[in-house]
Design a binder for this molecule. Structure first.
Ligand SMILES: [Ca+2]
Ligand SMILES: [Ca+2]
Ligand SMILES: [Ca+2]
Length: 280
């Protein structure tokens, strides 16, 4: 009898294990195509961009934190387009937010108006992986509109072996990437009567910033697909203790209660969407 019970437990454990393995994601099927860049000027004017291919963050199902603070598309939404060449990625980000530049000196960037980039610089990475590798990147950007500074925070804390590239900028007010060929510009979006309706970000990120002695530089090529995702963080009152609303491109949640752990992109790359480089 005892032995039968033991076998039953083993069988149940095995079923649970298999069941869990079954429900694991292998990147979501959301994908963005990035055409090859031609004559991009980083000035906050997107007239040289083909914006028809973009990832839209606008649905209630994409909220992963502070759902009670979302007042609809005009309060917080985002559209991201990407272009590439062999050395750089280019981002065009159109943000809807009536108060788009809430910045608080000395605060962690994820408690401000900010965006979060997620990408893998290893096109051969296992899309089933449940943990970040050294080639998985998560960085937060926030712009301070008065001085026009772009603050960045590269988060490597979730990586068991970051291969010499450690977390930087976690306390805010740090201009990572800034001393070189990184370029970023922004514009304020306004309605006809002059009211703020959002912001436009245009960013050129040289890929050598996401590399190190033991981490090779990604060289994009047409046909290559990598793990990729995007968050927007929105806070509208510059008060300490007020947490940002967060929306995630890949997320698909329902229910009235949302927590980032329900869509754990910060620790599990298999929840991410993907980006495919195309010729045009
Ligand atoms: Ca431009
Ligand atoms: Ca807002
Ligand atoms: Ca805001």
């Amino acid at each position: 009898m005892k032995r039968a019970l033991k076998w039953l437990c083993l069988a149940v454990a095995l079923m649970l294990t298999l069941g869990l393995a079954d429900s694991a994601l292998a990147y979501t099927d959301k994908n963005l195509e990035a055409p090859k860049a031609k004559d991009v000027v980083i000035d906050g004017d997107l007239s040289e961009w083909d914006l028809s291919r973009s990832m839209k963050v606008v649905e209630k199902a994409q909220i992963i934190d502070q759902i009670e603070h979302w007042d609809g598309e005009e309060d917080c939404a985002m559209e991201v387009s990407v272009m590439w060449d062999e050395e750089n990625l280019y981002f065009a980000i159109i943000i809807s937010d009536a108060d788009p530049f809430v910045y608080r000196e000395g605060f962690p960037l994820d408690e401000l108006d900010a965006i979060i980039f997620f990408l893998s610089t290893n096109p051969d990475a296992d899309p089933d992986r449940q943990e970040y590798e050294a080639t998985d990147w998560r960085w937060v950007s926030s712009v301070e509109d008065y001085y026009g500074d772009w603050f960045n925070y590269v988060d490597r804390d979730m990586i068991a072996d970051p291969k010499g590239y450690e977390t930087a900028g976690e306390y805010g007010d740090e201009l990572l990437f800034e001393d070189g060929d990184y370029e970023a510009a922004f514009q304020t979006r306004t309605s006809e009567n002059g009211k703020k309706t959002g912001a436009i970000y245009e960013i050129k990120l040289p890929l050598h910033y996401l590399s190190g002695d033991e981490i090779p530089v990604l060289v994009p090529a047409a046909g290559m697909t990598i793990g990729f995702d995007f968050s927007i963080l929105d806070v509208d009152l510059p008060c300490p203790g007020i947490h940002s609303l967060r929306m995630q491109y890949s997320a698909n949640l329902d229910g009235a209660d949302r927590k980032p752990e329900m869509w754990p992109v910060d620790t599990n790359p298999s929840c991410w969407a993907t980006l495919t480089f195309v010729e045009e």
